[in-house]
Structures are given as structure tokens and as C-alpha cells.
Ligand binder design. Sequence first.
Ligand code: 5GP
Length: 112
Amino acid sequence: MTLFSKIINGDIPSDKVYEDQECYAFRDINPQAPVHILVVPRKEIPNVGAAGKDEKMLLGHLLSTAAEIAASQGLADSGYRLVINTGADGGQTVDHLHIHILGGRPMAWPPG
Ligand code: 5GP
């Protein structure tokens, strides 16, 4: 079981922001911005590249849910960044697909 599955099932406590049948969202333990939330599918998909053809609906749901959560956090007007780190060069440290919602400050480009 992944770290994020343990968070989703309550074995590890989390600061929940949102949940539905497909996904669970909670605040990052090491926030990189005033708002830093992770949106995680309940299904243990290791990364976005590992998502199958039958998971396209789920990927869309995660993206639209992330936008809804960002809006619920008051970020719609100021803007925000959605990030999906993938693999070693992508900086992924937890092998359970997740979208980072980052907001509340201007984001630099290019990213580090
Ligand atoms: P990644 O580096 O894989 O894209 O993102 C993993 C994220 O999970 C990191 O931003 C890290 O701070 C966060 N994280 C790791 N362990 C925990 C935890 O136990 N609780 C919470 N809330 N976030 C965690």
C-alpha cells in the first residue's frame, strides 16, 4: 500500500480539503506555497504515464476537481499552478499519482 493510500484510508492523519468516490485531497505536509494541496486518486496509479486507456475519465476528473478545489481556496482570480511530477527527473517522490495545487504567491518560470 502506498503512503497516500494510508493517508486516504486514515492510517496516517491528514488535513483533508475534499473527497469524493474517485479522489481525496489534502494539504501537503511540506508546503511550497501559502496554498499547497495534493489531489490523489483512490486508485493506486503509480504515475500519469502508468494510467491506462480506461483511466482517461479519471484523469479528467482529477484535473477538473483540482480546478474546483483551487477556486474553493480563493485562487481562481489570482491564479495558481497545477503540477504532476513524474519519475526521477520530474522530481516525483511518492509513486502514487497526484496533482499539486500551488497558489497564494506568484510562481516563477522556468521551474526549478
Ligand atoms: P512528489 O515529490 O512525489 O511530487 O510529491 C509528494 C508530496 O507529498 C511532497 O510535496 C511531500 O511534501 C508530500 N508528502 C510526503 N509525505 C507526506 C505526508 O505524510 N503527509 C502529507 N500531507 N504530505 C506528504
